[in-house]
Design a protein around this ligand. Sequence first.
Ligand code: GLU
Length: 442
Amino acid sequence: MTVVTRFAPSPTGRLHVGNVRTALANWLWAQKQGGRFWLRLDDTDAERSEEWFAVSIRDDLAWLGLHPDAEVRQSDRGTLYEARFAELVAAGRIYPAYETSQELDLKRKIQLGRGLPPVYDRAALKLTNVDRKRLEEEGVRPHWRFRLDESAPIEWDDLIRGHQRFDPATMSDPVIRRADGSWLYMLPSAIDDVDMGITHVVRGEDHVSNTAVQIQMFAAIGAAPPAFAHQALLTGAEGKLSKRLGSVGVDEFREAGIEPAAVRALLARLGTSDPVEPIVDAAELAAGFDFARFGRAPARFDEAELAQVNARIVHQLPFDAVAGRLPAGMTEEAWLAMRPNLSSVAEAADWWAVVEGPVQTATATDDRDFLTRAAALAGEIDWTGDPWHALTGALKAESGRKGKALFLPLRRALTGRDHGPDMAQLLPLIGRARAVERLYAA
Ligand code: GLU
């Protein structure tokens, strides 16, 4: 069996971190199994779907490195839905209903008032042909419901949640099509999952009750259901379902200097019993991906943790992977010298500016003579080997200074800063001429 997964966003908004996690899980599972990963745009809601969102979804997936093997969109597939719909109507699994939303509201209120669950009473199934004809003559257009089979519980073994069981008698027959002919999410998705040969549906646990209904839809279509894995939802760092998470997406990550590999590494492990590790190689991440590792408790997404993973990813990136994003002229040697100090690739430009100068320094009076002497020595030492140790060695012997008193005035004079990359690596990049000049100027 070839594994086939799909990510099925509605192009009615930008992807947020929760969607990204769903896409990633589907992609990783397909990668691990040598399977296929589809992008399916669930754009049956013509009013809310926008082309611009479809474009942004593709761009975001590309940035994340989650390349779909193929793409379909539901708005192209109406003919297939019509055919299945007609079959299910003929089989008595889909029926027309004529209640207005006000009437349905009223029914629910009455049920709730009597302490009954607000389950649709199937009044539409009791209509005779004459009743229906009269309603249609009055110009009432029906919406359509899927008739649940109440004869047995709906059960499946969820790859994350374990055994699931729903009693269809406690559920309303879902509306699957509106009076204007437009489709609701539920049925087209099941039809597509069958038609696309989807073997695994991986999505958020907010879809668990949809799955119960869709399992009956698969049966009604005459197809075996795919396997299901429902991930617990993400919460914000505070541990609560946060509104803010709904707006955190690829744009924010990019702006914060986050690498796609960091997003993947964190989101692949959030909510699992495995530690979050700064894994750059997506294949390695896929190899360790396993639904059995996921827990049922909500997973906390913490931007500070993402920033930490990002720094650890940046520290591993080879020059080739970042060269296009570095300032002109910056060498591999310079990248390797700076990399351990960066929390984002963009920060390399700041350190490159320090190398190239000019730098601004304020020198303490006590250090003036020391630095003048350092400037003279910097002109004399051998620069071919390790000029930093040559310079500090000579200065230490002469001045008796050591530790911070020795190193900090030099670092400040040479870089204008108190902290930064290893001076032994930075000094050769600054070079003799600029070093001498900076030490004199200080
Ligand atoms: N379009 C649905 C959503 O975005 C897809 C859910 C599914 O994966 O079936 O929630």
